[in-house]
Design a protein around this ligand. Structure first.
Ligand code: KG4
Ligand code: ZN
Length: 338
């Protein structure tokens, strides 16, 4: 089975061709980062327009790179939600139109299911069941995963997502949008022990997160601190340490609660080196295993959408051509595949 995947939920146009026998045949990514940088965040209207411009040429390129014609494709997977509605409508419209024109099925994919299954694109894949920590710019959640579509959300952020906290704190430090990776880079120059950020919601039971307080704490710390590069690096270090520590505490709790030994981390923030290293160390101590996607597939991409869509198409699930985008779409409302 060979699937074309289309991702347009936010500020990245991602296109990929995935084949169940040969694996990933091609993937194209166009990031709109430069377009939104001047505004300090994603401008939805501009995002939609840019997807319209890029999506078809990228599909042509991905098809050519994979030496694939329409006749070789068995289906089209597009991100149906959650995300920015105008951006989602681009992928939904193009995906369904091509499916209609080419006489093949289309399937709408849940963006966070895409992230959750992204580690399956690697050589060493996690077996079910596992606990998944999904940390992106729009969502932070802990999910008990028994199989594809068998998801129980154990906890989620009650305010800002982890990536959003990174981006907002980075902005306070004067870094460009999206600041997450830049803040992580700055933190590498930081020294331990100068600042201590809180670990929100770790002193009470439960698996929900709250990250908005960290941004306020960062704002106050920056206001009261010297305005020199080393101080900023020390603040970035302490902020990152607090986010990583908080995520580790919650993951440990979720693993204990479910009795599981396998942890998957995915979504943009799973690209964070310190988070990966800390989780590796923690899982070694717990005699368990941790899985994450390679760097290119932590942030938004078409490959994860093609992969997730393929699993659903194999189970005979398709999305009717009249279905609309779903800007809000609970992950645990998805059907299983058996
Ligand atoms: O999954 P993603 O590409 O988009 C959403 O679905 O939201 O995640 C993007 C988020 C951004 O907030 C970005 O700053 C963050 O992931 N991010 C990072 C790193 N790389 C990306 N945060 C911390 N450290 C990184 N290395
Ligand atoms: Zn994402």
């Amino acid at each position: 089975m060979r699937i074309l995947g289309i991702e347009t939920s936010c500020d990245e146009t991602g296109i990929a061709i995935y084949d169940d026998e040969q694996g990933l045949l091609s993937h194209e990514l166009y990031s709109q980062v430069k377009l939104h940088a001047d505004y300090g965040g994603v401008v939805p209207e501009l995002a939609s327009r840019d997807h319209v411009r890029k999506v078809v040429p990228l599909i042509q390129k991905a098809m050519a790179d994979a030496n694939t014609t329409a006749q070789d494709l068995d289906g089209i997977a597009f991100t149906q939600g959650p995300g920015l509605v105008g951006a989602l409508l681009v992928g939904s419209s193009v995906g369904r139109s091509l499916a209609y024109a080419w006489g093949i099925p289309a399937v709408g994919v849940h963006h966070m299911e895409g992230h959750l299954l992204a580690p399956m694109l690697e050589d060493s894949v996690p077996e079910f069941p596992f606990v998944a920590l999904l940390v992106s710019g729009g969502h932070s959640m802990l999910v008990k995963v028994e199989g594809i579509g068998e998801y129980e959300v154990l906890g989620e952020s009650i305010d800002d997502a982890a990536g959003e906290a990174f981006d907002k704190t980075a902005k306070l430090l004067g870094l460009d949008y999206p600041g997450g990776p830049l803040l992580a880079k700055l933190a590498e120059q930081g020294e331990a022990g100068h600042y201590k950020f809180p670990r929100p919601m770790t002193d009470r039971p439960g698996l929900d997160f709250s990250f908005s307080g960290l941004k306020t704490f960062a704002a106050n710390t920056i206001r009261d601190a010297d305005d020199d590069p080393q101080t900023h690096a020390n603040i970035a270090y302490a902020f990152e340490e607090a986010v990583v520590d908080t995520l580790m505490i919650k993951c440990r709790r979720a693993l204990k609660q479910t009795g599981m030994k396998r942890l998957v981390i995915a979504g943009g923030v799973s690209a964070n080196k310190r988070l990966r290293a800390s989780m590796e160390q923690m899982m070694e101590g717990l005699k368990g295993e941790v899985f994450y996607p390679s760097l290119a597939f932590c942030t938004d991409n078409g490959a994860m959408i093609a992969y997730a869509g393929m699993q659903r198409l194999k189970a005979g699930q398709t999305t009717e051509l009249s279905a609309s985008a779903k800007p809000r779409w609970p992950l645990d409302s998805l059907p299983g595949v058996n």
